[in-house]
Structure formats: C-alpha cells, structure tokens
Design a protein around this ligand. Structure first.
Ligand SMILES: *[C@@H]1O[C@H](CO)[C@@H](O)[C@H](O)[C@H]1NC(C)=O
Ligand SMILES: *[C@@H]1O[C@H](CO)[C@@H](O)[C@H](O)[C@H]1NC(C)=O
Ligand SMILES: *[C@@H]1O[C@H](CO)[C@@H](O)[C@H](O)[C@H]1NC(C)=O
Length: 384
C-alpha cells in the first residue's frame, strides 16, 4: 500500500497547524517557497513518495507534475469517499490555484477532485497532459455544489475511448468563469452548447484545435452571448481567410479587443466586405503565410503582429503603434532599406473596420500550479 493511502484526518489537521506553516526544508520531490505560498512537486521518479505532497497542504498555489504515473493506485477497492465528509477541512485550505500535469487519472478520481475542490476557495484550475482512464467522467450531479472558478485551463487532456470530457468538466463550473482555455484538446467545433452559460467570460482560448476550422467559427453562435469577451485566441485552428474570420466576428457582434489567429494559413479573400469589431485593437497574424499586408485592417488597430510571414517588403502602416515584423524575408535581406518607403507587392485586399478601445496590456497570465490535488484526491478517503 502506498503510504499516502494511509493518511487520515489527524495528520492532515496537524499539518494545518500554524506551527507547521513555517517553511520546510525542501524534499527531493516537493519544493515550498519561503513564504509557504507556492508549492511544486515533481513525481517523475519511478517510485515517488506521494506523501511528500503533504508539504503543499497549506499552500496557495500548488503545481503537481505526475511524471506520467497512473493514479489508479489511488482507486480504493471499496469505492471513493464522499468529499462532503471532509468539507470543513477542505474549506480551511488556502488553496487558490492548482495545476495538475502529466499523469493518467481515472475518471472517478477526477470526479472526486472536482467534488472536493467545490469546498475549497480554488479560483484557478489547470489540467495539462492528462490521460483520463476509466471513462466516462460523470457530469456533476445536482446535489453537488458547483465550482466557483475564475479560470479553467485544459491543455492536452485526452480520454480513453469516446467521451465528451469538456462538457462533463464544464458542468462543474459556476457561471462566473472569466477565463477558459481548452487547447490542444481535439475539439472539432467551438463547444457552444457548453459555453453559453458563461456569460461573464472575458478570455477564451481554443488554440491548437485544428478540427475547428472556419466553418466551426462561423457556426459558433454562442459568441453572441459572450458580450464580455475581450481576448479570443484561435491559434492553429485551420482558419483560412481573414475575410472569413472578420465575417464571423461581425455576424456574432463580438466585442473582442485582442484577437490571436496566428498559426493559421490565411489567404485573403477580400471580395466580401466586412467590418471588424470596432473594439479590436490588437491582431496577431504571426505564422500565417501572408505574402502581403491585408489592406483593410481594424480601424483602431494599435498592435499588429506580422512576424514569421512571407512579406518581401517593409509595410507602411501609420495607424499601428506596435508593428512586429521579425522573421519575414525582407527583414533578412533589406536591413538597409528602411528609408525606401515601398508599397506592399501584392494587394491582399481586406475588410474595413472601426475600432475604439485602447489596447489593454498582457493577456491573463495563467501560471497555475498544483499539488494539493493528490492530497484532495486521496486524502479525503481518510474520512470514509
Ligand atoms: C522532474 O524531474 C525529472 C527527473 O526526475 C526531470 O527530468 C524533469 O525536468 C523535472 N520536471 C520539472 C518540471 O522540473
Ligand atoms: C496544431 O495543433 C496540432 C494538434 O494539436 C498539433 O499537432 C500541431 O503541431 C499544431 N501546429 C502548430 C504549428 O503548432
Ligand atoms: C503572436 O503570436 C505568436 C505565435 O503564436 C506568439 O509567439 C506571439 O507571442 C504573439 N504576440 C503577441 C503580441 O501576442
């Protein structure tokens, strides 16, 4: 039996004692910072001591790297305990940000984690490089409270067999979610049926889902509902034309300020005229195989990233205050032609637009980490 499995209420409470909030000397597996706020665990060794995770019990931010281990070992034969029995303890945790990365997680354990987290004050949850075994993940039952997350980041989480994992996870969230990232998750469309409830969403990242495509964006009518949406990232989603993207955004009446559609092979079919969202001030067209600068850009555009395209001439874009051009053919060949005010060689055409809002700084940084997960996953069993 793994030592962690024997962990019960008493040691957990002892760990919560203020005396033990003092910085611990670092173990090989988990590292706690001076203030005891951030805890990082790396269980990459062949037979890690899972109990090391106790060190993170009082942390605010916890990041767990599971080293690819299969967490089946934490599935007890008699079934998992109900975290409700540990509600008071869970409520006392300081945990706000949790990241779990690189492990095989049985769906029932993931369910128990989500259930346990509802009793904590966790605001940010990141799940990355996880394989979910023993599917399906059951949706939240109405008797369970929902999770009041501000941000959920799911990156490269896959399920054995067919299962709508995203839909099941999203049933756990309260509507107040602000940031959602479902990247590299094999999505074949914008998951509108699941997104419609998150009316306060301000940042949505669906990058690295090539299955979405332009038709997926055009059909994403739920974007109409997301009136608070300011950041939209659709990197590497098989978008094909700037006009198509503009048309879809116009049809949905989105009010995004920052749009990242880098890593899409964009041609520009400019025959259809379209108005970019008037709010749009930052557009990322990096790695888009563009041979020329699209002619009609958002009118109030302040930041335009055209790095790593196929531009052969220095573009002139007076209204843009921040223009990123590195990695284009002309930057290699014409270092001394800055004074030659050349027009672009091809007419990309484009779409007229009006913009209005000032550019607002960096996108929501989402540095989450997590370690108390295993604790939450496994520790509550002690109360059964
Ligand atoms: C985790 O530890 C392994 C070696 O055990 C190391 O190769 C890996 O880089 C570590 N990961 C992180 C994120 O520190
Ligand atoms: C786009 O996403 C797919 C699916 O995850 C990935 O295999 C591919 O490497 C990504 N392409 C780029 C340029 O990042
Ligand atoms: C634009 O997109 C590229 C590629 O995805 C990325 O490396 C870069 O950081 C982005 N730039 C901005 C300003 O967002």
């Amino acid at each position: 039996m793994v030592p962690w499995q024997r962990l019960s209420l008493l040691p957990m409470l002892l760990l919560l004692s203020p005396l033990l909030l003092l910085p611990w000397s670092s173990s090989a597996i988990c590292i706690l910072d001076e203030e005891g706020d951030n805890c990082f665990c790396n269980f990459s060794t062949p037979e890690p001591n899972w109990k090391s995770i106790q060190m993170c019990l009082s942390s605010v931010e916890v990041e767990i790297h599971g080293g690819g281990h299969n967490l089946d070992i934490f599935l007890p034969k008699g079934g998992l305990a109900d975290p409700r029995q540990a509600a008071d303890l869970l409520r006392s945790l300081r945990l706000r940000r949790l990241k779990i990365k690189d492990a095989q997680v049985p769906a029932p354990l993931l369910y128990q984690l989500l259930q346990a987290l509802t009793y904590t004050r966790t605001q940010v949850l990141a799940l990355e490089d996880l394989g979910v075994s023993h599917p399906p993940l059951q949706p939240r039952s109405p008797s369970n409270p929902a999770l009041a997350l501000k941000a959920l980041k799911v990156n490269r989480v896959s399920v054995a067999g067919e299962d709508n994992l995203m839909a099941a996870i999203l049933t756990w969230l309260k509507p107040g979610l602000k940031t959602l990232s479902l990247t590299d998750s094999g999505l074949s469309n914008v998951p509108c049926s699941d997104l419609g409830t998150f009316k306060e969403l301000s940042s949505l990242d669906l990058s690295d889902n090539p299955g979405i495509g332009e038709s997926g964006l055009t059909a994403a009518f739920c974007l109409k509902e997301l009136q608070e949406l300011r950041d939209l990232a659709l990197r590497n989603t098989s978008l094909q034309s700037l006009g198509g993207v503009c048309g879809a955004l116009e049809a949905m009446g989105v009010k995004v300020q920052r749009l990242d559609i880098s890593y899409n092979d964009l041609r520009d079919t400019s025959s259809t005229q379209c108005t970019w969202p008037p709010t749009l001030t930052s557009l990322n067209l990096s790695h888009a195989k563009l041979k020329c600068v699209p002619k009609s850009l958002p009118q109030k555009l302040q930041q335009l990233v055209l790095s790593h395209n196929l531009l052969t001439k220095q573009p002139i874009l007076d209204q843009v205050t921040e223009l990123v051009l590195e990695g284009n053919p002309f930057t290699q060949s014409s270092a001394f032609t800055r004074s030659r005010r050349e027009e672009t060689s091809e007419d990309c055409g484009g779409v007229p637009s009006r913009g209005s809002r000032p550019f607002v700084g960096s996108p929501l940084a989402f540095q989450v980490s997590g370690t108390a997960a295993f604790m939450l996953l496994c520790g509550v069993r002690g109360f059964a």
